[in-house]
Design a binder for this molecule. Structure first.
Ligand code: F6R
Ligand code: MG
Ligand code: MG
Length: 375
C-alpha cells in the first residue's frame, strides 16, 4: 500500500484572553484555509490553550514544501483575524516575515510521520500547552519502555523485542539511537534531563515501523529572544504491536512535573484534560495536555475522540491541582521557579549590574584564619 503522511503543525498566533485560549474565529479561519486545499486528503483543526494545531493527512511526505507553505499561509491568515480582533500576541510564533521552503526553524512546531496504513490504524495526537518538547520524554518512556505501564512489552509477541528511541540533543543539534531494553540505563541518563534531550522518534524493533514522533523545536533557542515555551505535539500509533490506546494514555494518570507554566519559568504538573477543559487560567496554567484519537481510513481522519474526557482521569486532574497548590506556595523560589538558565523572563542581568558595586569579595584566607581562631 502507498505511504501517506500525517503532519501536525502548530502555532500560537494570538491568544484569547491573554495566553489562555484560541478565539473561535481563528479556528474557523484555519478550517476555511485548509478546506479548499487539493493537497490534503483530510484535516482537523485542533487546539489546546492558545495554540492551534493543524492535523493533516496527505501524500507529500515529511517536510513537504507545499504542506508547510499551506500551514504557514493558514497561520498568516489566522494572524490577520487575531490582529483585527486585537487578540493577544497576534502572530507571536511566526518568526520570519516570509515563508522560505519549510516551517521548521521559523516558529511553528512540527511532528510528521510517513506511514503505510495498517488494516486498522488508530493514532493519538497529543497536544500540550504551557510546556516544552521534553515534556513527552517521561510518558514516551513509560509507553514504549516501562513494563509497569505497558504490559504489552511483556505479553504481546509483537512488542516483546522492544523499541528504538531516537534522542535529540537540543543544544548541540545531534541525535543518537538507543535500542531498548538493552540500552535503557544509557538512555535514561539523557532523557531524564528533558530541557536538553528530547525523544524525537520511536521505531518498532519487530517491524522497523515508525511508532511515535514528537515536535522538538525550541523557540526560545531559535529566536534568540523570549517567544514562549514550545508547546509541543506528539503522534503515537496504537494497537497491534504498538501500545494499546489505554497504555498510551496511562502515563498521564500520574501528572509529572514539566517546565513551562507562568512566563515559561516554572515547574508544574502536566494536567490531562478534555478539549473543553484546555483553557489554562490558574497562574496561566497548570500546563495542559489533550489527547485526540483518530482512526485513519485511507488517509481520512475518523474522529477525533476526546480521550481525556473520561472520569477515570478526574483523579489525575485532582492530583495535578494538589501539586499545583503545593508548588504555588513556594512562590518565586526554586524548584517551583526554574533554575536561572532556564527561565524565559529574567531581570537578573539588570539587577546584578545595578548592584554590582555592592557585592564584596570574600577572602577565603581570612575566613580560614577566622575559623582557625574560633577553634
Ligand atoms: C507562558 C505564557 C504566559 C505568559 C504570561 C506573560 O508560556 O504564555 O504565562 O508568559 O502571560 O505574558 P506577556 O509577557 O505576554 O505579558
Ligand atoms: Mg500565547
Ligand atoms: Mg501556548
Amino acid at each position: 500500500m502507498e505511504k501517506m503522511t500525517l503532519s501536525v503543525i502548530k502555532a500560537d498566533v494570538g491568544g484569547f484572553i491573554g495566553h489562555s485560549s484560541v478565539h473561535p474565529e481563528l479556528l474557523e479561519k484555519a478550517r476555511e484555509s485548509l478546506e479548499g486545499s487539493k493537497l490534503l486528503i483530510d484535516y482537523h483543526v485542533g487546539h489546546v490553550g492558545d495554540d492551534i494545531a493543524l492535523i493533516m493527512t496527505h501524500r507529500g511526505g515529511s517536510d513537504c514544501e507545499e504542506i508547510h507553505k499551506l500551514s504557514w499561509d493558514t497561520f498568516v491568515a489566522c494572524t490577520e483575524v487575531a490582529k483585527k480582533l486585537k487578540l493577544y500576541g497576534a502572530g507571536q510564533d511566526l518568526l520570519a516575515d516570509a515563508f522560505s521552503g519549510n516551517v521548521r526553524g521559523m516558529g511553528p512546531g512540527v511532528a510528521e510521520m510517513e506511514l503505510t496504513e495498517r488494516p486498522s490504524e488508530p493514532v493519538i495526537i497529543f497536544l500540550a500547552d504551557k510546556t516544552e518538547p521534553g515534556a513527552w520524554n517521561l510518558p514516551l518512556y513509560k509507553m514504549f519502555a516501562d513494563p509497569f505501564n505497558t504490559i504489552g512489552l511483556v505479553i504481546d509477541p509483537k512488542m516483546h523485542s522492544g523499541f528504538i528511541f531516537e534522542v535529540l540533543d537540543l543544544i548541540e543539534h545531534k541525535y543518537v539511537h538507543f535500542s531498548l531494553p538493552d540500552a535503557l540505563y544509557d538512555m535514561l541518563i539523557f532523557i531524564g534531563a528533558p530541557g536538553r534531550y528530547c525523544v524525537r522518534h520511536i521505531y518498532s524493533k519487530t517491524t522497523g515501523d515508525i511508532a511515535a514522533v514528537s515536535s522538538t523545536q525550541r523557540l526560545n533557542l531559535m529566536a534568540g529572544r523570549y517567544i514562549g515555551k514550545d508547546d509541543p505535539v506528539c503522534i503515537v500509533r496504537c494497537q497491534s504491536g504498538f501500545p494499546a490506546v489505554g497504555e498510551a494514555l496511562e502515563p498521564f494518570a500520574n501528572p509529572h512535573l514539566v517546565a513551562g507554566w507562568m512566563r515559561g519559568s516554572h515547574h508544574g504538573p502536566l494536567m490531562p484534560v478534555s478539549v473543553a477543559q484546555a483553557t489554562p487560567t490558574r497562574f496561566d496554567g497548570p500546563p495542559r495536555v489533550v489527547g485526540l484519537g483518530f482512526q485513519l481510513c485511507g488517509g481520512r481522519l475518523i474522529g477525533p475522540q476526546d480521550l481525556f474526557a473520561d472520569p477515570a482521569f478526574d483523579r489525575a486532574r485532582a492530583k495535578a491541582n494538589e501539586l499545583a497548590d503545593y508548588l504555588r506556595t513556594l512562590g518565586p523560589f526554586e524548584p517551583h521557579r526554574l533554575p536561572l538558565d532556564e527561565m524565559e523572563y529574567t531581570t537578573m542581568p539588570e539587577v546584578k549590574e545595578r548592584l554590582k558595586h555592592r557585592f564584596m569579595s570574600v577572602n577565603p584566607e581570612e575566613l580560614l584564619a577566622e575559623a582557625a581562631a574560633g577553634e
